[in-house]
Design a protein around this ligand. Structure first.
Ligand code: LLP
Length: 423
């Protein structure tokens, strides 16, 4: 159990901090997401402590979980934000994250998004291509602004993670290959309304092994030296996010201090401010998805534990074959069974786990799916016209709904029947 993430059992009852999950389920029908405020805070502070010897700005990757309560928690601690869309810029600002701590990443920034970012004077654009550089310069010229940019380089390293979330290989759409990047920096410096300030890299997500980071940062260091020799004033190195978490019992979560030591070792001699963009490692282990068993169905070869949470609530197992620990909320049953743990959605892919050993369960039992704080609710949908799972935040002995479940009326009212269909 993830006691360090503030999720543990007291008297065989799963608790988040000092609130029993069962007591929340008495108020809030399942499925729902539930986050520990203290776990989020602790993870952020671990980063702050690990990087205290370096001039660092921690820009939380909003995509991991963009709930206003979570952004406000982090903003109060002094966090900045890494955003990838107009929506995320708006969410970050609205939660009180100052524009001068916002970095804007992403391969497809549109004119409207660039305009919004310029109007708010964000800290930096992380640029992914030459046409993007040109567009930023053109829009900035109309406003007499001189935005600071870093160019995302693609170091061509293998991040040793799932292929769908690796980004630093030459076949991925992200960044500019180092071999070509020098020329792109020259181009950037030639544009009238661009200020070249840094270098950006992000090689992938859910990295458990620190070696690929070291490989990438060494390449970045070498490249920054080249850029400085070319006359560019490089004062920022944005090293992206990507530090993994321990989803399974036998995975060991990489240590933030060891990560910081690598950063120091590879980059501190360059006298640059370091930006980090952690997402998952701040919120991932702080959240669980709570669900109820609807039926136990005995097939010919397998037993199915059919939950009221599905792939529309948590898509990671279907999409990345991701492993999540699944635990009973009431841990007093000692007999175990093996189950295929599935959701209600009409697809075979709506499977959380196959042949998983669990204490023998019955209809109505509450189940906690762990490590769901990152890339859970943000990737959810209302597929099968299932209502969104609400979100709850726990702080010590209290809890609050931080996103309610919409009603069927609200969901259906989003559709519009054109006049010509109404008789
Ligand atoms: N910075 C950039 C530019 C990114 O693209 C990402 C994540 C991050 C920071 C944050 O990475 P983190 O610290 O969270 O690993 N949906 C997938 C993960 C996609 C990650 C995308 N980029 C999943 O559920 O595993």
């Amino acid at each position: 159990m993830k006691t360090k993430s503030h999720i543990s059992y007291f008297d065989n009852q799963m608790h988040i901090e000092n609130v029993s999950v069962e007591s929340i389920a008495k108020d809030i029908p399942t499925p729902f997401y539930c986050y520990s405020y203290s776990a989020i805070k602790a993870a952020y502070l671990e980063y702050e402590a690990a990087f205290s010897e370096l001039d660092t700005m921690i820009c939380y990757a909003v995509k991991a979980n963009s709930n206003q309560a979570i952004l406000k928690t982090l903003s109060d601690l002094g966090a900045g934000a890494d955003v990838v869309s107009e929506g995320e810029i708006r969410r970050a600002l609205s939660a009180g994250i100052p524009a001068n701590k916002i970095v804007f990443s992403g391969v497809a920034k549109t004119e409207a998004e660039i305009t919004l970012a310029l109007d708010n004077d964000i800290f930096q654009f992380n640029v992914e291509s030459e046409p993007e550089l040109l567009l930023i310069s053109q829009i900035a010229a109309t406003k007499n602004k001189f935005p600071a940019i870093s160019i995302r380089i693609n170091p061509n390293v293998c991040a040793k993670t799932h292929e769908k979330i690796t980004t630093g290989k030459s076949e991925n759409k992200f960044g500019i290959p180092i071999a070509k990047a020098r020329e792109v920096y020259r181009y950037a410096a030639s544009l009238p309304n661009i200020v070249v300030q840094g270098v950006d890299v992000h090689i992938g997500s859910q990295l458990i092994d620190l070696v690929p980071f070291e490989e990438a940062f060494n390449k970045v260091a070498e490249f920054v030296t080249i850029l400085k020799n070319d006359g560019h004033k490089i004062s920022i190195i944005d090293i992206g996010g990507g530090l993994g978490i321990d989803y399974s019992e036998d995975e060991i979560e990489p240590d933030k201090n060891a990560y910081a030591t690598i950063v120091k070792h590879c980059l501190s001699h360059l006298d640059c401010k370091i930006i980090i963009e952690p997402g998952r490692s701040i919120v991932g282990n702080a959240g669980i998805l709570v669900s109820s068993v609807v039926y136990v169905k005995k097939g010919e070869e397998r037993q199915f534990l059919i939950l009221d949470a599905g792939m529309n609530d948590l898509i990671r197992p279907s999409m990345y074959d991701a492993y999540h620990q699944i635990k009973p909320v009431n841990n007093s049953v000692t007999e175990v069974s093996h189950y295929d743990i599935v959701g209600p959605v009409c697809e075979t892919g709506d499977t959380f786990s196959k042949n998983r050993e669990l204490p023998t369960a019955k209809a109505g039992d509450l189940i906690g799916i762990l490590s769901c704080g990152a890339y859970g609710t943000v990737m959810s949908s209302t597929y099968n016209t299932r209502l969104n799972a609400p979100e709850i935040m726990v702080n010590d002995k209290k809890f609050a709904v931080i996103k309610p479940r919409l009603s069927y009326e609200e969901v259906i009212a989003q559709d519009i029947i054109p006049d010509w269909l109404l008789k």
